[in-house]
Design a protein around this ligand. Structure first.
Ligand code: MTE
Ligand code: HPA
Ligand code: MOS
Length: 770
């Protein structure tokens, strides 16, 4: 689609591209149905379709697979299992504990034992249901606390300790003990998991995958097929949402399709049915918490002992770094002087839980926010006062429990500003008056902060590459290692490159993620897509610009530093030339018009055994004030008003950033209110479709939903002075859960409440009636 010339001219004359709310590069194509997702790609002649065969037992010995009935069905071309894997039968994960297809045991209901391949999708799916498994059941562990007791772990426990928490607790004026359970979350990306694998000549492979990590798909497919990485190319133009659920999980789908495609020497596509997607793929990790805290009369914490039992499911997947990030965020915004945090990475017979927006951060933060609320209610103080009292300091009380100094702390002014702009104090009084008069409907309010560490917890992932190609007509293509999942990464990268070259946004096109262009790229995750790839692309563009500047300087007898690139023009103190003309001249003078760029995040390091060091380049901050109402007879509840103040540094694209804040908040609200995953006592996930698993609907968006951006630039040298925005706002939704607890507490005459998450109507009612 070409924008009209007048539009191009307007953009060219306008401000720089960054800092403006340029529309998403795919917005028009997406609303027109013209944006291509994997299942829209025209199928190559001879394409076959695969469907997975699922275990229906949570734990047991797999003694046999009877596919005879399926093989007789119309259109069926074959059934493939572990025996058909030519390379390593285990996925190329960190821990190497996950079989591609179950080998001689099954470990959860939904584990994939093999695939059926047929001429059509429906033939394959129908046949997959006819495959019979012979399984000798074994006892299953479904609960993380039980797993911790049995020492059933996917990875060894980790303890972080500072000072003397026992002494701190024993010597404190007040003490509390508590426990809490917080549920997981299904990603519910609109586009389900899908992979399409095509054999090329001479044992090379082309893979289309809806994935946040094309490089990992390439690695996994080549590993399974017993081929070098270089034999496999993976492409992803965009995802219909990933949210962490396509950081590793998309690899399984691609590998299953590749194993079948390899046996049949035909292109094979595998698109999971939504129910199968629920049953097979990992979710946000559910957590169980036990804590003991000591505090003074003002609510200041004197000592804390915290146990985090992470439900990892049957294999390690990303659970190590997720559990680490939970430990790193168990302080949220608060200084914990004397503290011990024990993290159990529990192995249970469920789906292998995985990355999900926040990556353990939300699960770390929610418990300290629960503790803040508990302390306040114990002392009869306003929870906001207890929170403010415990915030990190500037000159002192400024080192985290993992020994990182918090250098960019804006918590106190940010929280105070939101307290004012949301009229928190007046509303608290108004709510108290309302609650005094209203016997059934009770209201609640909470203002909670967020401090979220930006960088991959696995330090080596914090690197990125990009390619910038300038063609002879002056148009520009950018390719970088990141992936587009709706978050606007490609839009921001195009803005950055446009400004670096001084050309209009529309002159820059970002192409599909492709492992044959930028190799070994990290997952697009940890919110650092723009920080990493935006910088790499900026460096690539800068090299092209510098070559052009040298060329112009030589021609016009000036210094390269005097050559200005802006508004599609290249100027020296005495000359002007249109960008297109300059590019053409430069090409004819054999100036290299393309370049690569590489970026690695500075300053970060940490010891993964003691979890100490500086894992994060900087922190992103925010705060949310949420007001809710509950019906004390039914437990039904609504979010009435939300005010957010969030820090994105100097925004590269305010509209996209505000969209990320809104989307993240609502997704977090879903996690903590209606989205309940229920496994029955056999380990069967009973909520495996939208009929029983409730994500927020448009009607759940609060009518009053105000978002303000913090005005200051990132204090660290990050691209354009910006800060990462993808995940941090998710955790602002903890204010919803705390506001619901506040309302439940009002219903109980001010008494403290235990309320597990999600705060479904049942859980709210239980809290009110406890
Ligand atoms: N926004 C949309 N629309 N779709 C998504 O899948 N994923 C989130 C966040 N925002 C996601 C999203 C997650 S989990 C992360 S880590 C970041 O986007 C990744 O992109 P970024 O690093 O470019 O912000
Ligand atoms: N976030 C997301 N994905 C990751 C991380 C992280 O911190 N570390 C490794 N993979
Ligand atoms: Mo996001 S959970 O880091 O993909």
């Amino acid at each position: 689609m070409n924008a009209p010339d007048t539009f191009l001219a307007q953009t060219a004359a306008a401000k720089p591209a960054t800092g403006t709310s340029h529309y998403h590069e795919s917005a028009r194509a997406q609303v027109a149905g013209a944006a291509t997702y994997i299942d829209d790609i025209p199928e190559v002649k001879g394409t076959l379709h695969a469907a997975p065969i699922l275990s229906n037992v949570a734990h047991g010995m797999l003694k046999g697979i009877d596919a005879s009935e399926a093989l007789k069905m119309e259109g069926v071309r074959g059934v493939f299992t572990s025996r058909d894997v030519p390379g390593d039968k285990f996925l190329a994960t960190f821990v190497h504990d996950e079989p591609i297809f179950a080998v001689d045991k099954v470990e959860f209901i939904g584990q994939v034992v093999g695939v059926v391949v047929a001429d059509t999708v429906m033939q394959a799916r129908r046949a997959a249901r006819k495959v019979k498994l012979d399984v000798d059941p074994l006892p299953a562990i479904l609960d993380p606390r039980e797993a911790a007791r049995e020492r059933s772990f996917v990875l060894p426990p980790v303890t972080v300790r500072r000072g003397d928490p026992e002494q701190g607790i024993a010597g404190a004026r007040h003490r509390l003990q508590g426990s809490l359970d917080v549920g997981g979350q299904e990603h519910f990306y609109l586009e389900g998991q899908v992979g399409y694998v095509l054999p090329l000549e001479q044992d090379q492979w082309w893979v289309y995958s809806s994935t946040q990590h094309p490089g990992e798909i390439q690695h996994w497919v080549s590993h399974a097929l017993g081929l070098p990485n270089s034999a496999v190319t993976v492409e992803c133009r965009r995802m219909g949402g990933g949210f962490g659920g396509k950081e590793t999980q998309s690899g399984h789908i691609a590998v299953w399709a590749a194993v079948a495609a390899n046996r049949l020497r035909r292109p094979v596509k595998l698109r999971l049915d939504r129910d199968d997607d629920f049953m097979i793929t990992g979710k946000r990790h559910p957590f169980a918490y036990d804590y003991e805290v000591g505090f003074d009369d003002d609510g200041l914490i004197c000592g804390l002992k915290l146990v985090l039992s992470t439900n990892c499911g049957f294999s390690a997947d990303l659970s190590g770094p997720v559990a680490d990030r939970a430990v790193f965020h168990a302080d949220n915004a608060y200084f914990l002087g004397d503290v011990e945090i024990v993290s159990y990475r529990c192995k249970t017979n469920t789906q292998s839980h995985t990355a999900f927006r926040g990556f353990g951060g939300p699960q770390g933060m929610i418990v300290i926010e629960a503790i803040m609320g508990d302390i306040a209610r114990e002392l009869g103080l306003d929870p906001l006062d207890v929170r403010k009292r415990n915030l990190y300091g500037i000159e002192e009380r400024n080192v985290t429990h993992y020994e990182m100094k918090v250098e960019d702390n804006i918590l106190a002014p940010l929280v105070s500003r939101l307290e004012e702009t949301s009229s928190y104090r007046e509303r608290r009084e108004r709510i108290a008056r309302w609650n005094a008069r209203s016997p059934v409907i009770k209201r609640g309010i909470a203002l909670t902060p967020v401090k979220f560490g930006i960088s991959f917890t696995a330090t080596f992932f914090n690197q990125a590459g990009a390619l910038v190609h300038v063609y002879t007509d002056g148009s520009v293509q950018v390719n970088h290692g990141g992936t587009e999942m709706g978050q606007g990464l490609n839009t921001k990268v195009a803005q950055i490159v446009a400004d670096e070259l001084g050309v209009p946004f529309d002159a820059v096109r970002v192409t599909a993620a492709d492992t044959s262009k930028v190799p070994n790229a990290s997952a697009t995750a940890a919110s650092s897509g723009t920080d990493l790839n935006g910088r790499a692309a900026q460096f690539a563009a800068r090299q092209v610009r510098e070559r052009l500047a040298a060329f112009v300087a030589e021609r016009n007898h000036c210094e390269a530093s005097q050559v200005i690139f802006a508004h599609g023009q290249v100027s020296t103190p005495t000359t002007h030339i249109a960008w297109e003309q300059l590019v053409d001249d430069a090409y004819k003078s054999r100036v290299q018009l393309w370049s690569d760029g590489f970026y690695k995040t500075p300053k970060i390091h940490y010891d993964k055994h003691t979890l100490t060091g500086r894992p994060f380049y900087y922190f992103a901050y925010g705060a949310a004030c949420t007001e809710v109402a509950i019906d004390t007879l039914t437990g039904e509840n609504r979010v009435l008003k939300v005010d957010i103040l969030h820090d994105v540094g100097h925004s590269i694209n305010p509209a996209i950033d505000i969209g990320q804040i809104e989307g993240g908040f609502i997704q977090g609200m879903g996690w903590l209110t209606t989205e309940q995953l229920v496994w029955n006592d056999k380990g069967h996930l009973a909520t495996h479709a939208p009929s029983t698993y409730k994500i927020p609907a448009t009607g759940d968006v609060p009518e009053h939903f105000r978002i303000e951006l913090w005005p200051e630039a990132n204090r660290e040298d990050n691209v354009g002075g910006s800060k990462a925005v993808g995940e941090p706002p998710f955790m602002l939704a903890i204010s919803v859960w705390e506001a619901l607890r506040d309302a439940a507490c009002a219903a109980r005459g001010g008494h403290a409440v235990r309320m597990d998450a999600p705060a479904t109507a049942e859980n709210v009612l239980r809290a009110v009636k406890a």
